[in-house]
Design a protein around this ligand. Structure first.
Ligand SMILES: *Cc1c(COP(=O)(O)O)cnc(C)c1O
Length: 397
């Protein structure tokens, strides 16, 4: 079946079959091509391959059959013209942003970014003469005011980490385009199943496939999805020449992860919604943030822009850091870790880990308090998770 036929099929089917290429052995499961290079039948064939006149693989820094299967399956899932895989989510974010700017350009980004993304925008790009302005992502007036004639890229995550603010992707895409800039969306928290930024007007979508796409805490990986012109042009060249390449083994793990992504994410969203409601009922919990709950500040937008509330719940324990630590330490099934999107439920105290590097005032503006905890809901039986949370709440109180 050709790739174009897959566009008629529903996501779960694309995720099982999309992009599969079989070798002469006719293997059922996608093959893992652990090879650096490729041999050519003749010197003429090598010449044609290097000139791009004959299709095929040249060197695994930039092309490998297992990686190509993963990229094709990602593009089919996202409804993107093309995709490239990278060694990590940060490699994807860095290459995507660098593909859009050069010295003298300007970037506008929401302040509530994953820590390393914030570093790229706020500290790394300025070293190369690319300035940036950080805005409160939910405030469209701030996006408009930050745009300059040399703004070439806007960048956001939604829902944000850890506060789970929901940003209006369609409205921000319009602001970016009106100013001649492209919008890059880090879609990790929503996953490709819950939110389609390209359909909302974004130009580039990036993933840390380390999260839900592996989904079982094994390998790092990333992906960039966009129009073919951008992917096959400047992004391909950045990746080819600078080498943040995903290992074929990691790409194979991700490829197989995609087969079960809908089963896992649907289950995790259902559990997260129940856990959010249970947390909100606990006397020791001051505030619960979950995008599909009626008390979420952007619930209407979340319901318009996403298919479900996501797999992460954020909440605030009364009693600050000490009570939050007592809660985390009392959990038995839920593990303390800074990761997310895993089969195992994981709890994070952002103020002392993922967002520790920020100045206390910056954390305060972002709403990251000392009592805040972020829970990434895994695949355990939800009733066991609810019991674990209830006993930890008693310990924290
Ligand atoms: C984890 C994460 C990243 C970085 O991904 P790595 O695979 O760890 O490099 C970027 N953005 C978001 C929102 C993330 O959660």
């Amino acid at each position: 079946m050709s790739a174009t036929d897959f566009t008629r099929l529903r996501p779960a089917t694309r995720l099982v079959h999309g992009g599969a290429m079989r070798s002469g052995f006719g293997e059922t499961s996608e093959a893992l091509f652990l090879t650096q290079g490729y041999v050519y039948a003749s010197a003429e064939e090598a010449e044609a391959r290097f000139k791009g006149e004959s299709p095929g693989f040249v060197y695994s820094r930039f092309s490998n059959p297992t990686v190509a299967m993963f990229e094709e399956r990602m593009a089919l899932l996202e409804g993107a013209e093309a995709a490239r895989a990278t060694a990590s989510g940060m490699a994807a974010v860095t290459a995507a942003l660098m593909s859009l700017v050069k010295a003298g350009d300007h970037v506008v980004a929401a302040r509530a970014l994953f820590g390393s993304c914030l570093y790229i925008v706020d500290e790394w790009l300025p070293r190369f003469g690319v300035t940036s302005t950080l805005v409160e992502g939910t405030d469209l007036a701030q996006w408009r005011a930050a745009m300059r004639p040399n703004t070439k890229a806007c960048f956001l995550e939604s829902p944000t980490n850890p506060q789970l603010d929901v940003l209006d992707i369609a409205a921000i895409a319009e602001i970016a385009h009106a100013g001649g800039a492209k919008l890059v969306v880090d879609n990790v928290f929503a996953t490709p199943l819950l939110q389609s930024p390209l359909k909302l007007g974004a130009d580039v979508v990036v993933y840390s496939t380390t999260k839900h796409i592996d989904g079982q805490g094994r390998c790092l990986g990333g992906a960039i999805l966009a129009a073919r012109e951008l992917i096959d042009g400047v992004i391909h060249n950045i990746l080819r020449q600078t080498g943040p390449t995903i290992s074929p083994f990691n790409a194979w793990v991700m490829l197989k992860g995609l087969e079960t992504l809908p089963l896992r994410v649907n289950q995790q969203c259902a559990s997260a919604a129940r856990i959010a409601d249970a947390l909100a009922d606990l006397p020791v919990v001051a505030r619960t943030l979950y995008p599909f709950r009626a008390d979420h500040p952007q619930v209407a937008l979340a319901r318009k822009q996403m298919n479900a509330g996501g797999t992460v719940v954020c909440f605030e324990i009364l009693g600050g850091k000490q009570a939050a630590f007592r809660f985390a330490n009392a959990l038995g099934i839920v593990k303390i870790s800074n990761n997310l999107g895993d089969a195992k439920s994981l709890i994070t105290h952002p103020a002392t880990t993922t967002h520790q590097r920020l100045a206390p005032e910056t954390r305060a503006t972002m709403g990251i308090t000392e009592g805040m905890l972020r829970l990434s809901v895994g695949l355990e039986d939800v009733d066991d998770l609810l019991d674990d949370i209830a006993q930890a709440a008693r310990a924290a109180a």
